[in-house]
Design a protein around this ligand. Structure first.
Ligand code: ZN
Length: 345
């Protein structure tokens, strides 16, 4: 067997970094689990792609936010935190941080410290932040400077007096509103999803697809160093969440699960990757491959609550396949393909 990523032969040598290793198709820390795994991955790719694709994909605030709001714990069993900087009217700098964690949302002001030295040896410190924290910072600055100048510790009573005097002079300014901007790194997002799509197609279609030319279009998105819409448009046919819903026959968008599928449409396969059931993390990839025989597994539903079982779906169970096709038609997939499929149903 070969590694599905580098396509090198897997080594039997237990010391080799080309030996087989267990790879989660959806990263484990996002709630990916068996049977969405493959052993067809070398140790080197498992580690390298973890760093250059899975890492940047999961580190995005948006993905972390979904991970947390779906109560998915990290591999180490901990809830991940997601923080982002905030600004406020009337302040030049970023003045704080908003953090999402399992207990909800907290806002923390970050102290901004500016020290100006004057010629005669005196110095001026301006600190903006919460009063208790500002006092601690000022205390540390004064003690350090005193120690440096006199080689002894400052008298605690004198320090306390200086801090009280500074606190009295402090000006309070009310913050009425915070603002922030959330950035989405499209390159990391598409690379991460394409990697999941490659693993999904391998899971359902096997090596005859993975090592064929048909896998090139997904690999191209995975390997891209920059955001290239042409590479994405060459393989991604739909971003629509409704498409995914139509597969499982539901009208209500269901969170709390991942959904992977490879639906045969004559000589094409639609690979669906839906992470957390979120529209931003849902893609349909169209790849050329002769449709697989009826009766085989074509879809996998992975609830995020590990006590809920993972469910496989077979082609014959997709009674709503007609609806899928109609959805495709609604999304502008070529009429010829739609007609071909409809004629077979
Ligand atoms: Zn490899």
């Amino acid at each position: 067997m070969r590694c599905i990523y580098c396509q090198e032969l897997l080594s039997e040598d237990t010391e080799s970094n080309r030996r087989s290793s267990k790879e989660h198709i959806i990263p484990e820390s996002l709630g990916g689990r068996s049977p969405a795994i493959t052993k067809d991955c070398c140790v080197k790719c498992n580690s390298d792609l973890g760093t250059c694709i899975d890492g940047p994909f999961q580190e995005q605030f948006f993905v972390k936010f979904l991970q947390l709001s779906n109560s998915v714990k990290s591999k180490k069993g901990k809830f991940q935190k997601a923080s982002f900087p905030v600004r406020a009217k009337g302040f030049e700098d970023e003045i704080g941080k908003v953090t999402f964690h399992d207990a909800g949302l907290t806002t923390k002001l970050l102290p901004i410290v500016r020290t100006t030295d004057h010629d005669e040896g005196s110095f001026e410190v301006s600190i903006s932040g919460e009063i208790k924290e500002a006092r601690n910072i000022l205390g540390n600055i004064i003690s350090k400077r005193f120690r440096r100048a006199r080689s002894s510790e400052i008298n605690p009573a004198i320090l306390e007096e200086m801090l009280n005097s500074a606190t009295e002079k402090a000006v309070s300014k009310e913050i009425r509103e915070f603002s922030t901007s959330m950035e989405l790194d499209l390159v990391s997002l598409e690379k991460g999803l394409a990697k999941i799509a490659l693993g999904t197609a391998h899971l359902f279609l096997g090596p005859s697809w993975t090592f064929s030319d048909s896998s090139r279009s997904i690999r191209a998105v995975m390997d891209a160093d920059a955001y290239d819409p042409r590479l994405i448009e060459a393989v991604v046919v739909s971003y629509h969440p409704e498409f995914r819903n139509s597969l499982v026959g539901e009208t209500v968008w269901r969170l709390k699960e991942h959904f992977l599928a490879a639906i045969p449409l004559r000589d094409e396969i639609i690979v669906i990757v839906s992470i957390f059931g979120d529209p931003t993390l849902t893609r349909c990839y169209q790849i050329s491959f002769p449709a697989s025989p009826r009766g085989r597994n074509v879809a996998l539903r992975i609830p995020l609550t590990t006590s809920d079982p993972v469910e496989w779906y077979k082609t014959t169970e997709l009674l709503f396949i007609k609806r899928i096709v109609l959805q495709l038609a609604a999304q502008g997939v070529e009429t010829a393909i739609i007609d071909a499929v409809l004629s077979r149903l």
